[in-house]
Write a new protein. Structure first.
Length: 375
């Protein structure tokens, strides 16, 4: 099993997994404990100014409250993310509270803020999964991506601390124009140092705040559909695509088999996302106001048992979507979903040309490898 989330297929004979699959429970929680980051990455969709985070960020007591409610509803996994979660001065308190509640705790980090204290914490109370972002193997590339002088040295120092401390972690990257030329060098570095493939994601989306200047940078960082398809053919010993998190915990039926729902993924069905400002969403990317439940005004139980089912019952609308996307034989190659459509077009059912082109390129690449047409 890779990482903290996996298909139930290997565990079909285990009663607990079968019980969860048949129930209406949400065993997996993502918790964004800050929207701040010490880097300012070119592809970032969320990083907020300090004054916004200080004013609106969920407190330690609120985090404890959400954790207590989640535990009472049979939630077992908790992923701490951001922003950069290690920016929280109370990170260790948050981490240990979740551990003592019995959660399997995972952490996403850029590793630039790792200290000896974190190493001691992770040694004594190991995370279920620790994922570390790597953006380049040279200072020039790394800091072009992060936008922060000195970040490369901080990252390498954090990496050394983790490895010297014997802390297990998964290295991952976001493939973009700025680091594409170093991708295989990064992968070889990871293989030599850690003996495992470098996990990658290559679809980068617009910012939640709609900042057009930053969105123009993001669009400029996207690799071409052809380059995206070529990644599928890279050496599997060195590179491994990250699975979509919304489908990791429980594999649902293929999206094309559920045409009556806008949500053909696992978002909000077995997992949920809590933002740094205390809102619950079906997934990390769905920032449409209608799909955000204010946990400061309501309860987690109501959010999971009433709000989410109502939101996820939404049917796709729009003639273009119904006649083109929803009937497309290449839908299984496409990353289109309500969150991506909304961020790109302002509509939950909008057509995203870039994702469509990527799907066609992936399909053509598959036909070239297998000699079979994709139906």
């Amino acid at each position: 099993m890779s990482g903290s989330y996996a298909s139930t297929a290997p565990f079909s004979n285990f009663g607990l997994w079968k019980k969860m699959e048949m129930s209406n429970s949400h065993p997996s929680m993502w918790m964004e404990i800050t929207s701040k980051c010490n880097n300012d990455c070119r592809h970032c969709y969320i990083n907020h100014p300090d004054e916004v985070s200080k004013r609106e960020e969920i407190s330690l007591e609120e985090i404890k409250k959400f954790a207590d409610e989640a535990a009472s509803l049979d939630c077992m996994w908790c992923l701490l993310t951001g922003g950069e979660p290690l920016l929280r001065e109370d990170f260790s308190k948050i981490y240990m509270y979740l551990k003592r509640k019995g959660f399997f705790v995972s952490v996403f980090t850029n590793a630039t803020l790792i200290t000896e204290e974190h190493i001691d914490l992770f040694k004594k109370y190991p995370p279920r999964d620790l994922q570390v972002s790597i953006y380049g193997i040279t200072k020039e590339t790394y800091e072009r991506v992060t936008g922060r002088p000195g970040s490369y040295e901080a990252f390498m120092r954090g990496l050394d601390l983790l490895m010297d401390g014997g802390i297990r972690f998964r290295p991952k990257t976001v493939v973009m124009r700025s680091n594409l030329g170093e991708l295989m060098d990064m992968a070889r570095f990871v293989r030599e140092k850690m003996g495992r493939p470098l996990e990658y994601e290559a679809i980068i989306g617009p910012r939640f705040d709609g900042n057009e200047r930053r969105n123009e940078i993001i669009r400029g960082e996207r690799i071409s559909p052809r380059e995206m398809a070529l990644l599928d053919d890279q050496d599997a010993r060195l590179l491994h695509p990250q699975e979509k998190i919304c489908n990791k915990l429980f594999l649902l039926r293929p999206r094309a088999d559920r045409p009556d729902s806008s949500f053909r993924c696992g978002a909000g069905r077995r997992n949920f996302y809590i933002t740094a400002t205390g809102y619950l969403r079906p997934c990390a990317s769905l920032c449409h106001p209608a799909f955000n439940y204010d946990l400061r005004r309501g309860s987690l139980a109501e959010a999971l048992k009433v709000f989410l089912p109502a939101m996820l019952s939404r049917k796709p609308g729009g003639r273009e979507f119904q006649e083109e996307c929803n009937r497309c034989p290449l839908l299984k190659f496409c990353d289109i979903c309500p969150s991506a459509a909304y961020l790109e077009t302002g509509s939950l059912d909008g057509h995203v040309d870039y994702l469509c082109q990527v799907a066609h390129a992936r399909s053509a690449s598959r036909v070239g490898r297998d000699g079979k047409h994709v139906a």
